[in-house]
Write a protein of this length. Sequence first.
Length: 187
Amino acid sequence: MQALTSPGSLLTILGAVLTVIGSIAYVTDSPNISLAGVFYGIPVLLGGLALKSSELPPAERLTPPATYQRLREETASEPLRKVLKDVTRWRYGQKAHLESSLEALKLWDEDSPPELVSVAELEQGGAYGLILRFRLNGVSLERWQARQERLGRFFGPGLTAELRPLDASLLELTLLPTAAVSPEPVP
């Protein structure tokens, strides 16, 4: 159902309906309706098809929106809230979610970019965090690990990033406030 409710789909359906109504009105000699249907329907249909050809659906949201609403609304989680909002909306004209961020971090491959598969919210130490699951595609795990320290700082001040490979092609990036990350035990 989510694919049908995209802005591109809605415009395409609206344009198709207007065009069909205008065409039927033209055939039945109703010039007032046919004029509006054809003159507005065809451009709206073409605009909707153009959007459909370049749309990127939102990443799958694994956590219901109401679960961590209180934590999400705190001012300390503003950078994470922006990231969540960005990846859970329809995008147009991009190859992947967070495209410009991944390019700036040098985690981008033009032919086979990393793909954000899902996003989940979490609470750790009373702080709000995000788990972003990526399909690595053309970017190696070693490149991600080499930029791990920079990842957290890039997405917002006071954030740390933890990487956890799930298998050869999937990676989890956890973004948490620095205070919520438990220190490593000293041997």
